[in-house]
Design a protein around this ligand. Structure first.
Ligand code: UN1
Length: 484
């Protein structure tokens, strides 16, 4: 066992060993620029080659390992993550800036994901049927795809690597993970747990570094059989092109510009709770964030007034402070993007911005108060483009049909929500919303670990993640014909 994160030393994890590199990149906490998380290895393409070779060498043993062994190892990871939740949540909050309560919830979610996929390892069923030719049987079995490359984003530093790696491993694949550079520490913490629990060398590898070197090399590497990616649409498109060019499997989860509809008959307490949680918790840095709040004219002004009041009650501050409900923005570059959209909104005729102020706190961090952009056109850039910060726009509509039309008028289609007490509107919305997920009287963000996750249109590409549907991407079908 190696302590990989001691503020100084943070190596790559390849073939069950900790591998040092020359180049390093320092990560400081977005809550406190004096808090150095670590100096993480910036791998070169040659390191990626090593990791892929290790994953290939480990593949035959892992794919033929008893499903019970795979299940036991995954269960071991689930139990270890749960037992060490406080330590992991503290690192996550320091590194990414998520408020400590949310960080802990994410760590627990990762544990639940490993537990769910531990069970899935034992549920890989096939089927058997009669051929159209008499006396011949046709069987279908699900086999691992091979070596899976994972490119994961910074906003869920343990949950997203987990919901890709756990099914990959459960179904007998080996893995090379390239985490977002700024959350390398959490990926290495995960590797250290898999190492300690006893995963064989080469089954799970972590190569930290930049997207342009390691990410690019992973997408193009002929030894990577499938690439699963979560991140921006721009990068997602490049990943898809690179992977399909060499006929590798690809799965993409990208952005969202998710609408939360508030109808005149909504319980406004519930609506405000959903909007505050969905738009601002985890600093709005979720692809499932409620970034467009579509409000029926009759309750618009009252809703906005109640939101302003609720937003004042939120506590923006250091992620490690238990009183904090909204942590800092993850980085200076993300903060610049958020502020750019706020400037655009403030300069637009008829638009009022509530909140959205830079805040001074005892530590030097990227603190921004939640922002509500009121009075903007549905077509304005800040109401159409994904911002990925604590910024939400209110769009006023005349009735339910207009609310539905605004919801669906987006290049994205990840999730939508509706707050209403009308059964018929709730039912109709579930049928007609053009999104992969729909929430009724719930925030658009915050999903369960045991069901499928994914969107439509420009939000997702390829088979669904998580739940029983995860098998689709991480296995391949073999059909066998037998004349006994
Ligand atoms: C959630 O809302 O709990 O990157 C999960 C993201 C999504 C995950 C959201 N893929 O924000």
């Amino acid at each position: 066992m190696v302590n990989t994160i001691d503020g100084d030393k943070a190596d790559l994890y390849i073939d069950g060993r900790w591998v040092s590199t020359g180049d390093r990149s320092e990560r400081r906490s977005p809550s406190d620029r004096d808090d150095v998380i670590g100096r993480f290895a910036m791998a070169e393409a040659a390191h990626l080659d090593e990791a892929v070779s290790a994953a290939h060498a480990a593949a035959p043993g892992w794919r033929t390992a008893s499903p019970q062994r795979r299940a036991d190892l995954l269960e071991g990871v689930a139990a270890t993550i749960a037992a060490e939740a406080d330590r992991l949540a503290t690192l996550l909050a320091r590194e990414e800036g998520k408020a400590i309560g949310d960080a802990r919830a994410e760590v627990i979610r990762a544990s639940q994901l490993f537990r769910f996929f531990s069970g899935e390892a034992l549920r890989v069923t096939g089927d058997l049927q009669d051929s159209v030719r008499p006396g011949v049987e046709v069987g279908t079995r699900y086999e691992p795809v091979g070596v899976v490359g994972i490119i994961s984003p910074w906003n869920f530093p343990i949950a997203i690597p987990t919901w890709k790696a756990a099914p990959a491993l459960a179904f007998g694949n080996t893995v090379v993970l390239k985490p977002a550079e700024i959350v390398s520490g959490m990926a290495l913490a995960l590797a250290e747990i898999l190492d300690r629990v006893g995963f064989p060398p080469g089954v799970f590898n972590v190569v930290t570094g930049s997207g342009s070197v390691v990410g690019d090399a992973l997408v193009k590497h002929p030894g990577i059989d499938a690439v699963t990616f979560t991140g921006s649409q721009v990068v997602g498109r490049r990943v898809a092109q690179g992977a399909t060019d060499r006929l590798a499997r690809v799965q993409l989860e990208m952005g969202g510009k998710n609408a939360l509809v508030v109808l005149a008959d909504a319980d406004l307490d519930i609506a405000v709770d959903c909007a505050v949680n969905g738009a601002y918790y985890q600093t709005g840095q979720r692809c499932t964030a409620s970034s467009r709040i579509v409000v029926e004219d009759a309750v618009h002004d009252e809703f906005v007034a109640r939101m302003a009041e609720a937003m004042r009650r939120e506590v923006v501050g250091n992620a490690l402070d238990t009183a904090t409900t909204i942590g800092p923005v993850v980085s200076q570059s993300q903060l610049d993007i958020d502020l750019g959209y706020l400037d655009l909104a403030r300069g637009s005729a008829g638009v009022e911005v509530i909140g959205g102020e830079l805040l001074e706190r005892p530590t030097d961090g990227h603190f921004l108060s939640p922002a509500l952009v009121v009075g903007g056109d549905a077509q304005a850039a800040f109401n159409r483009e994904e911002i990925f910060g604590p910024v939400a726009g209110v769009i006023r509509v005349g009735d339910y049909e207009e609310a539905l039309a605004v919801t669906n008028d987006s290049e994205f289609g990840l999730v939508s929500g509706i707050c209403t007490t009308s059964l018929s509107h709730a039912t109709d919305f579930q049928r007609r919303a053009d999104t992969g997920m729909v929430m009724v009287n719930l925030p658009t963000a915050g999903v369960d670990p045991h069901v499928s996750f994914g969107g439509r249109k420009g939000s997702s590409f390829g088979p669904r993640e998580q739940g029983t549907a995860a098998r689709q991407f991480f296995t391949q079908i073999k059909t066998s014909y037998v004349r006994p």
